[in-house]
Design a protein around this ligand. Structure first.
Ligand code: CTP
Length: 401
């Protein structure tokens, strides 16, 4: 098995370049005053990290920095994964994340929806992640554990409080537990990749049922449509504390160039990370407007968004390039409603810029991967649904959030 060790620096180097992405997302670059940036310009993305590193070293003196490791598949990465990594980071000073290889996911769970490269881009885009290891194994084997301790200087291996079992029923973290180098965080309730795949599959079934009705010239039962949409509604309950935990909690500096970008940001994917990175490079502070569920439904159809407003907001907020979000942004970037071009005012003020996406991935293309291979994903989901149900039935109190 090949294993690559990646340092944080590549995150800023723009590893991935693809032509086009999600139908030309509009970007409004609102340059609020020409200034020297408070971080020193476009090429300074790593500076906030360097600054915090120096600050930390000074504060800690010669004290050894605690390095923690968390691994995972991070398929269809959601705010539950982000919250797991946020909690892991809080258990140490530096967080190294192992992204499990496609082959290992297939062998242990079923086919992943996102490729290794896409999952790596998502994990690397998170604000709490310092380093990533690509193609990590699913189980902490003795050989890999020694490599973590000796080569990567890892102090603790971390996982959520949900059991992670190998096909033979043994605990994937047994060895780390045995040597006393295992720590646990609280799993985020109400979201999982299984749940997201389920939402997409059930919307596919509803659409199909609706088409069958239409083909048979039968009137569509509106109650059934509402009930089936409700059947795959999220169980997530947003709290103000969670938003604060994900937030940078600071506004733009006095002469900062503020960039505004808006969109649905549904099923947060590698293309979103790239466009947010590009947008952030245009200024000093990135404000992201997240459309309301209603706006997304109006423009993309009744089964959109797949993730609701608060879920989408947390995913965007977890991205390292984002400084702040507007939870429920309007379609038009103006106080005057009813204009055909939502960016008309911004254009007339000369503060509009259209960014070409470097990636071809879209929310729809991700959903289509699941629909095209729905039998395999139904199987994968059925298997995982059993262990998730068991987790909720047997869960015990674990400190952390
Ligand atoms: N995790 C979490 N909360 C969730 C989902 C995942 O805390 N709602 C944690 C897991 O406990 C694990 C890490 O995120 O430590 C990576 O999870 P992953 O390997 O992707 O697998 P799953 O736990 O199966 O995640 P999902 O159910 O979303 O597929």
């Amino acid at each position: 098995m090949t294993m690559e060790y990646e340092s944080n620096s590549w995150i800023w180097d723009g590893l991935y370049y693809y032509p086009h992405f999600f139908g030309g997302l509009m970007l409004t670059a609102a340059l609020l005053g020409v200034s020297t940036s408070y971080f020193g310009g476009i090429g300074v993305f790593s500076l906030p990290h360097l600054w915090s590193d120096c600050f930390h070293k000074k504060k800690c003196g010669k004290k050894k920095r605690v390095r923690v490791y968390m691994d995972g598949c991070f398929d269809l990465m959601h705010y539950g994964h982000a919250n797991a990594l946020r909690q892991a980071k809080a258990l140490g000073d530096e967080l190294v994340v192992g992204v499990v290889s496609d082959e290992e996911i297939i062998a242990n769970k079923g086919p992943p929806v996102l490729s290794m490269e896409e999952r790596l881009a998502l994990v690397s885009g998170l604000k709490w992640v310092d380093e990533v290891i690509a193609n990590a194994p699913y189980a902490i084997t003795e050989q890999f554990m020694n490599r973590l301790f000796n080569e990567h200087k890892i102090d603790y291996i971390i996982h959520g409080d949900d059991p992670c079992l190998l096909p033979d029923g043994t605990d994937a973290y047994a060895l780390a537990k045995k040597v006393g180098r295992y720590k646990q965080i609280k799993r985020t309730e109400g979201v999982s990749s299984t749940d997201i795949v389920g939402r997409i599959l059930s919307s596919m079934e509803d659409t199909k049922a609706c088409e069958d009705h239409n083909n048979a010239s039968l009137p569509r039962d509106p109650l059934r449509a509402i009930q089936s949409k409700d059947a795959h509604l999220s169980q997530f309950l947003p709290t103000s504390r969670r938003i604060v935990q994900f937030s940078n909690c600071k506004g733009p500096g006095p002469n900062a160039r503020v960039v505004y970008i808006d969109g649905a940001f549904d099923l947060f994917h590698a293309g979103h990370v790239e466009i947010l990175k590009k947008a952030r490079q245009l200024g000093d502070f990135l404000l992201v407007g997240i459309y309301t569920d209603q706006i997304v439904s109006e423009h993309r159809g009744s089964y959109h968004p797949i993730m609701h407003l608060h879920e989408r907001s947390l995913s965007v907020l977890a991205c390292r390039y984002v400084d702040e979000v507007i939870i429920g942004a309007p379609w038009e970037v103006t106080k005057d409603m009813g204009q055909s071009d939502p960016y008309e005012v911004a254009k007339s003020m000369g503060i509009f810029q259209l960014l070409e996406s470097p990636k071809s991935i879209t929310t729809t293309s991700v959903a289509q991967r699941i629909i095209a291979n729905h039998e395999a994903y139904m199987k994968r989901n059925a298997k995982k649904a059993v262990s998730e149900k068991k987790y909720y039935e047997q869960k015990m109190f674990v400190s952390g959030d």
